[in-house]
Design a protein around this ligand. Sequence first.
Ligand code: RUQ
Ligand code: CA
Length: 615
Amino acid sequence: MSRKKFNKQRRKLLKILGAASVATGAGVMMPKEVLLARAEKKPKGKLSYEVKPGELDEYYGFWSGGHSGEIRIIGVPSMREIHRIPVFNMDVGSGWGITNESKKLLRGKYAGDTHHVHGSYVNGTYDGKWLFVNDKLNNRVARIRIDYMEVDAILDIPNIQGAHGLFPQRYPRTEWLVQNAEFQIPVPNNESNAKAFNEPQKYYGMHTIIDAERMAVVCQIMLDENCDLAATDYKGKYSMCTSYNTEKGVTISEMLAADHDYLIVFNWERIRKALRAGDYKIVNGVKVIDGRKGHDKHGITLRIPVPKNPHGVNISPDGRYAVCSGKVSPTCTVVDLELVDKAYAGKIKPEECIVAQPYIGLGPLHTTFDGRGNAITSVFIDSTNVKWNIQKAIEAEKQGEEAKKKNPHIIDVLDIHYQVGHIMASMAETKEADGKWLVSLNKVSKDRFINVGPLKPENDQLVDISGEKLRLVHDGPAYIEPHDCIIVRRDIIEPKVKHRYDMFEHPLAVTENKVERKGNKVIIRMTANAPVYGLQEVKLKKGDRVTLILTNHDEIIDLSNGCAISNYNINFVVAPFQTKSVTFTADKPGVFWVYCTNFCHALHLEMRMRLIVEP
Ligand code: RUQ
Ligand code: CA
């Protein structure tokens, strides 16, 4: 794209967003104080980001993979990509999507769009048991066992589209997850309700509650509004969503029509009450509670007005504040969760829960925290990370417009490269936020890396936040297309991660090599122990339906074996003590070498066997 065209598109976007922020009463010019903070020289911080050869990272970063459908494990602070966990994608390297075990979980859907990875919690911090991630494309939630770093459950969620914000319960432990539906749709969305297809006023959003242990839907709260980002509090009382399409619009301009949208809070005690009272309808097999304004019998929902199409909602690590990032409004909205208690009790109005609305910049998207009372917000259009003090913003709000205009809350503004979406500080989504590192997940890298063609990587930048100022220390290219991440201390994760599988957890683990035949159904039970497979040849007849079960018996750490069947499009690996199986029809007569793909031994090339398919 020509620079001219790029700039034209950018101006167009700025026009839409700029007009919108003027409509909310906020100017688009950057205040002097903000520009001054930006101009100041960045002093050197204290933290070293170098991880020398043989040393280990201090943090596990779990990155969503966006429309690659996967999760990635990035070491922080080295920013090295250490591993990938295939989730909603096909991964021919490991065999995810090829083996029977993975096919059973994927149920025929091999495309996904992962946005938000979160860990399971105990008492407001990670317990190192599970990760959860959403699939915006096919409306699923996957659970990953941290001990094996492998998906163990995938839940399809009915009645929704655009499964977006996902968040686990933080206290006392993760029993529930919430999953937001960003797109409003008819409910049910099938021929029985065809009349609603052309009536957007009859499209609904959903806040879905999931049982994390059973990976099953507990219930859904139906809304007129859409549900974008999600958060849970630190007391196990509330979950929430931002909503930008309270207008029920189906075009951009319709979605931007209102001056205010909402932060919607959900009261979990009242959800349980509605369930006990049986106040729900069953739609597509799940309990749907009506949470629409005027229909919310149990007062589950609380709608706090937030200026114009807000995006992220993040809870401060002390549990006190929910911060909504303005997106179209150049502000963040700070909601005091203690006042939310009062609003539910009917003592104050929902809008009275707001304690500050500080200026941040053009296009604030997400907010993270350093655990020392400061927030850091990603600002998309300005391409900055803005560090600000929550209490100072609240004080200025109390003092009034004159005090606010001076922007006393702003501590530092860091330019990033370029167009930042999510940002995340180390441990920032827990009560143990430690204020060391921040990752800025920038959507556009332009000139930051050698030119690899028109499709360029994203740029994940590492920022030292240990000092007063934000200090940019590293550029990290990222392939399509992480959205969000969490950064978890190594001591929480590492002790939980196993080096080998528990062999007999798989019901079909092979201890004896043999071939069983029943009619044209053949089961090959085989071991792998570098550099040999337990069988040297297997004879099949054309048309046989074959299941090959392979168990790796090597207990040496990191000694994985591959299993590829030439011309049969089959390829997977088995890690130490792991069992996997594949099923295929032997439809091509001939000799087909089965060989190890994963370099395992000095005689790796000799690790092979013959499949002889007779005509
Ligand atoms: S949200 S676009 Cu994480 Cu900013 Cu999905
Ligand atoms: Ca709106």
